[in-house]
Design a binder for this molecule. Structure first.
Ligand code: PHE
Length: 457
């Protein structure tokens, strides 16, 4: 049975859609995660970066188009969109499971995403309110460890961030999500350009670039290849219903191909710029980048303390991170909220606050997993790491695989062509990539890491 969705909002125009999708894509992934995974794959950073960029181009971009296509064709939240398109193309309604996996996966990510965003709000507040002066690596580490050891403090900022997120989603698609992105994304660009230039001047850009693009294939560490792929998925918000939900508010006339090209290029570029700025400061001040998830909070404060105007730099830097994280977290909450409102006809604000509650609770458990509950491990990982690994390494690529199979092999060429409207040659190229390259690529990377390497280490 198809789910009728009566009056749906649509983005004001094509640029609004590009903006919100970039808002979803560019987030903690580009700033926090990119720098810490790259830092952690010391010796094979270049491999990670190249795998990431290759996956963005060969797997991410085609899948981005496929996901938007499903959302727009299905004209509904991820579950409804899957049901509607499955019905139209004569496929089993079991495909709706893919929508479910997406909306729950997104909430899972949101639970720890909000906690990490909370760290950023905490640091932002510290720099804004009183400034932070640290002189040795031990001091910054001790400051970071003190925050991580305090479940109240972590939960407090996590709560603030959840409220910020819900506040936007509750206001609606156009008057909430679109407006928030229209304000934050241009500011984010501006700050980023400013900080990159400043970072390049104050830091050591050549070493940073050498570090990021140093391709030593013989030094590949376990997990680097799958990390690169997982990161491409994470940083493009793929497979989690977010893009599908945003695509469902896209008008019929917008060209999906061009739009996605923009999103992928800008997304990857911002990722690289952030990485370059962060590593440039890291090396410029004689610090080492391998610090784990706390990397930017354990190294950058030293650089901020040292550089002229460092406090202002820090305030803007954390503002940038907060904008990036905020525009992503709203896209993590939206899929489930849109399902609730469309399925049960309940008020959006009610749906948004109601969804946020269990996610917030899981987030509090994540805060505790760093301290009080640190001894409880699942497969050797604390809850925080477990959620992240499960989502990034498993759920996102597997959902991506399923989307490729669905669009490439099940939906039927007529529907796909009608929705994607690429010129014939481009269409053939894209369609074959979705049918062959994407599934084979994802499967090969899985096999490579699963069979050839002890990747769960
Ligand atoms: N792309 C976001 C980031 O890089 C995270 C995200 C993942 C958002 C999945 C939505 C869906 O931070």
């Amino acid at each position: 049975m198809s789910q009728e969705v009566s009056s749906r909002s649509t983005w004001s125009n094509r640029w609004a859609f590009i903006l919100v999708t970039i808002g979803s894509a560019v987030g903690l992934g580009n700033i926090w995660k990119f720098s810490y995974i790259a830092g952690a794959s010391e010796g094979s950073v270049g491999v990670f970066v190249v795998v990431y960029l290759a996956c963005v181009a060969l797997i991410g971009l085609p899948l981005l188009m496929a996901e938007i296509l499903i959302g727009r064709r299905g004209r509904g939240n991820p579950v409804a969109a899957m049901l509607n398109t499955a019905e139209e193309s004569g496929n089993s309604s079991w495909w709706a499971l893919l929508g479910w996996a997406g909306i729950f996966g997104a909430l899972m990510i949101l639970s720890f995403y909000s906690v990490v965003s909370g760290w950023m709000v905490d640091y932002f507040w510290q720099y804004l309110a009183k400034g932070v002066q640290v002189n040795t690596p031990e001091e910054t580490k001790a400051a970071f460890d003190a925050m991580m050891a305090d479940p109240w403090r972590l939960s407090f900022w996590h709560t603030i961030f959840m409220i910020l997120t819900v506040g936007v989603v509750a206001r609606g698609v156009v008057s909430g999500i679109e407006i928030a992105n229209k304000i934050m994304i241009p500011m984010l660009f501006l700050i980023l350009i400013l900080l990159t230039l400043w970072g390049a001047a104050a830091g050591d850009m050549p070493t940073a670039l050498r570090f990021m693009f140093n391709l030593k294939v013989e030094a590949i560490k376990a997990g680097v290849v799958i990390d690169g792929m997982g990161h491409a998925f994470f940083s493009l918000s793929l497979g989690m219903g977010a893009i599908m939900a945003y695509g469902s508010y896209l008008d019929k006339d917008t060209n999906i191909g061009n739009t996605c090209l923009w999103i992928a290029i800008v997304g990857a570029l911002i990722g690289l710029l952030c990485g370059a700025a962060i590593f440039s400061l890291t090396f410029g001040y004689g610090l080492t980048p391998a610090a784990g998830p706390g990397l930017i909070l354990q190294t950058l404060p030293l650089a901020f303390s040292d550089m002229p105007g460092g406090r202002i730099f820090a305030v803007f830097f954390f503002l940038l991170v907060i904008f990036a994280a905020w525009t992503s977290s709203i896209s993590l909450l939206e899929p489930f909220v849109s399902w609730l409102t469309e399925r049960f006809g309940i008020r959006r604000s009610f749906a948004a606050w109601g969804t946020a509650l269990p996610v917030w609770l899981l987030g509090v458990a994540v805060c505790l997993s760093f301290n009080e509950w640190a001894r409880f491990k699942i497969l050797g990982r604390i809850l925080f790491e477990m959620l992240d690994h499960l989502a990034t390494r498993f759920m996102m690529p597997l959902s991506g695989l399923a989307i490729a199979i669905y669009v490439g092999w099940r939906l039927g060429k007529v529907i796909v062509l009608d929705e994607i409207r690429l010129k014939q040659r481009m269409f053939r190229l894209w369609f074959n990539v979705v049918r062959f390259i994407v599934p084979v690529g994802i499967t090969m990377i899985f096999l490579y890491e699963l069979v050839l390497r002890d990747w769960f280490k």
